[in-house]
Design a protein around this ligand. Sequence first.
Ligand SMILES: [Fe+2]
Length: 187
Amino acid sequence: MQMDWVEFLRQVTDHQVEHPHLWSLVGRGGDSYDYIQRNVWMTNNGYRDFMYYSPLCHVLAQLARTSELRPSTDVLIVNPNDGINWHQDNQNGPIDADYAIRWWTAMDACGEGKIGVPEYLIGSHRNQTVKDEVAVDISGGDLPRFTDCTEYVVQPGDLIVWNTRTVHRIRDLAQATPRESALPGSF
Ligand SMILES: [Fe+2]
C-alpha cells in the first residue's frame, strides 16, 4: 500500500480514536486494545474511501480471482495489549469460508522481537480437523503436520491476505510497544 494511503489511514484513525464511536464499546473483549471498532467503513467516510479508492480491493479481487467483492467484516484495532492464541477467524454472515478472503492493512510496524506480530501456519487452511470453532488446539488431529510458520516484521503499508481457515495467532505483547494500528477485514 502506498505511503500516502498509510498516512491517510493514520490521520483518519487519530481522529477516530479522539472521537470514539458508540460501536467501539461493543464486543471490545475487555481491554485487549486501546481502541477497537467493527464496521468503521460504515461510520467513518475515511475508511470507506480507503476501501473504495485505494488499491486494496483491486489486489484482493486478483487474489480471489473474482470481479466482485462484498465487504462482510472490518475492524479497526489500535495498540493490542495482549496476544490472541491459535485460532481461525469466524466468518460473519451467511458466507462459506471457501468464498471469503481476509486481509490486514498495517499502519504501523509490529513484530520486532516476535512481539505483537501475526503468525500464520502455512498451508493450514487445508486441515481436516477444524470445523466451525474459533479456538484451535494445534496439537490435535492433522494440525501437527503444518509446521511452517510465517516469520516477519510487519511494516506500515503491508497488506496481509489469508484464507479464512488459515490457523494463526497474534504473539503476546511481552513489553511495551510503540503505537500499532491496523485495519483488518474480510470480503
Ligand atoms: Fe484472527
